[in-house]
Design a protein around this ligand. Structure first.
Ligand code: PMP
Length: 290
């Protein structure tokens, strides 16, 4: 059994300073818990250095702004706090989780009087997907839910509320023996997995959905740059399910998932090949500063 996340040794940065891990608590009448007024980040540290730290802190700020609240800590202060958490917990290779939320000063849909909060935790986290499975490719189900249309939800915020349909979809996939689920967007085009972006390879070119209705991942942008540096053509476009049979390779990208090969999506099959492996290697080299 995994040690519960509320019952561990170490320190969590919360609202301006470090606290003993078990004392980083919120009250039950916290607005975020009832109404989803919470946003978060997820980044990895490699050899003591957090990859693209400032981009993550900037996205956290942007997410709070989209939800209508402002953190009293600057991006530079959040960067410093993330680094402080790593050091305090004696971690070099770890997952770092900043989370920002509205407090308990007001209940009801309106939250004008709530205070903004920020906490940052870090822990050792191995591969997001089983490493052995991921090497030959994980299996994705088709999610029962679609990514919401941009006029129905704040799709560019990394907002906790957007993950409700991801957890339901992932649980349904796991119950059927799959590792994760692929979600279509509201129009039925390929979008992403429940916590990672998706890429396909055909005839030496990379195809990936345009990230205008879901999170344009920091890893997604990094891998696109790495592919272009190799001289590989990257085509961002609408991808319809009818085309999935024509792709040879498929992989996911995310700060937690890194580059993870996919061998199956519902009825479609893929085989991780040379280019997928090269890009996974390039990403690994980059995050390790090689
Ligand atoms: N989409 C979703 C739904 C995610 O949760 C994540 C992980 N944050 C991503 C895409 C990938 O984003 P990033 O590469 O910035 O981690």
């Amino acid at each position: 059994m995994v040690q519960p996340y509320n019952d561990r040794d170490g320190f969590i940065w919360m609202d301006g300073g470090l606290r003993p891990w078990r004392k980083a608590e919120v009250h039950i009448l916290t607005h975020a818990l009832h109404y989803g007024s919470s946003v978060f980040e997820g980044q990895r540290a490699y050899g003591g250095k957090i990859f693209k730290l400032t981009e993550h802190s900037e996205r956290l700020h942007k997410s709070t702004q989209i939800l209508g609240f402002t953190l009293p800590w600057s991006v530079a202060e959040i960067d410093a706090a993330c680094e402080e958490v790593l050091k305090a917990n004696d971690l070099t290779d770890a997952y770092v989780r900043p989370v920002a939320w509205r407090g308990s000063e007001q209940m009801g849909v309106s939250a004008q009087q709530t205070k903004p909060h920020l906490a940052i935790a870090a822990w050792q986290w191995g591969k997001y997907f089983d490493e052995k499975k991921a090497n030959e490719g994980i299996r994705l189900d088709i999610a029962p839910y679609r990514r919401p249309a941009p006029h129905t939800a704040p799709v560019h915020a990394k907002a906790a509320g957007l993950y409700m349909i991801c957890t339901i979809s992932k649980h349904e996939a796991e119950a059927k023996g799959y590792d994760d689920a692929m979600m279509f967007d509201w129009e039925g085009r390929v979008a992403e997995a429940t916590g990672a972006n998706i890429f396909f390879i055909k005839d030496g070119a990379i195809h990936t959905p345009i990230a205008d209705v879901f999170l344009n991942g920091i890893t997604r942008r990094t891998v696109i740059d790495l592919a272009k540096r190799r001289g590989v053509e990257v085509i961002e476009r609408r991808i319809w399910p009818e085309e999935l049979g024509g792709f040879e390779q498929c992989f996911l990208t995310g700060s937690a998932a890194e580059v993870t090969f996919v061998k199956e999506i519902g009825p479609w099959r893929f085989t991780p090949g040379e280019l997928s492996r090269q890009l996974r290697g390039d990403y690994d080299d980059l995050v390790h500063g090689r």
